[in-house]
Design a protein around this ligand. Sequence first.
Ligand SMILES: *Cc1c(COP(=O)(O)O)cnc(C)c1O
Length: 424
Amino acid sequence: MNRVCHYRDGVLWLDDFRARDLAQQFQTPLYVYSEQTIIDRWLRFADAWPAPHRICYAVKANSHIAILQLMARLGAGFDIVSQGELERVLAAGAEPATVVFSGVAKSAEEIRRALSVGIGCFNVESQQELQRIEAIASDMGKVANVSIRINPNVDAGTHPYISTGLKTNKFGIDYELADAVFDYAAQSPTLNLQGIDCHIGSQITEPAPFLDAAKRMFAWVDKLAKRGIAISHLDLGGGFGVPYHDEAAFPTAEYLQGLLGLAKDYPQLTLMLEPGRSLVAEAGVLLTRVEYVKHSTEKRFAIVDAGMNDLLRPALYQAYHAILPEREEQQLGQVTDIVGPVCETGDFLAHARHLAVAPGDLIAVANAGAYGMSMSSNYNSRRRPAEVLLQGQQAKLITAREQYSQLWQREQLVYTMQSDEGEA
Ligand SMILES: *Cc1c(COP(=O)(O)O)cnc(C)c1O
């Protein structure tokens, strides 16, 4: 149910809109999100996750304030990794107490701001960070809620760049070194040691590595209890995979049942999850138009008006995105690489797809709702795309296309302009 992109009478629709009409009204490249799909993905978690357990949406996946507002209305908390994300969440009207703050490099300014607005908890990634939070909280006369991020050393079998639970990663505190950090946090009057957390990686398609990590985390809770350290929450992170290609959908209900089973003996613990991608990836589509079709002796290229600056995932991780042409019959063409306008060989959206397209034709890059716009840049001085949210029968522009003058609005010229001299 609810595939945002589908064909009706052989032409491409996104929910209840013809792709062609959206492209005509809002121009390309264009990000389009389906509100209904976000809600459906949210319910996959929420329906199987009874209170008091919580879901903190990982803001970095898609940090648009309208999407944050929707998440808050659905009942989500937020997992943030920077002050910028904190300010976005506040701008979206979220309750600061529902926010957990992750990330390895929290600055003093970020910690101060988070304490002053009263966020729920810091997910602490090192002893030094813990001491910094303690010093700032003490200075402000506050008590800081903290959770310690443990590195459970689970190999999630994912792309090395997005695997975060191994000893060799920069994230979390080494399993063997964490004891001292817990002791420090537990004895500090300025720190309220609330929880433990982990996050083992991203785009993990099976429950096994998560349950493996969860077991290690519950064992930690036991170990802490034996030493007289009681905690009130266990945050198991995000990383649930989505079917980009031919992967099966992540069995969310099965995983949550498994977790709740493990948690049976811990009625005092509130469990938390931090899904990002799995709530928004499938809801988003990048619409782009073919500018040129070019043949080399070896290859056929469709050069489109969206590039790696708009959607970095293919270039960064060799990520796969399904490509859907405007007319269904165009899926039966020659093998084609879909490449962008940016001056980099790595600037591609897809390799070797069957596609019969001509200049002016529209194509949709599917499953682009996570780590799409949030990773976009202005490289090559390209304006970032507009964004549209489909809400039932309405298509709402939620981000205007950038103006060219915005590209240099924070920059300063340093020499007097020739024309100014002439006027003087
Ligand atoms: C990135 C991240 C997430 C979300 O990961 P997804 O793969 O998008 O679900 C959750 N928690 C932490 C700490 C993260 O860094």
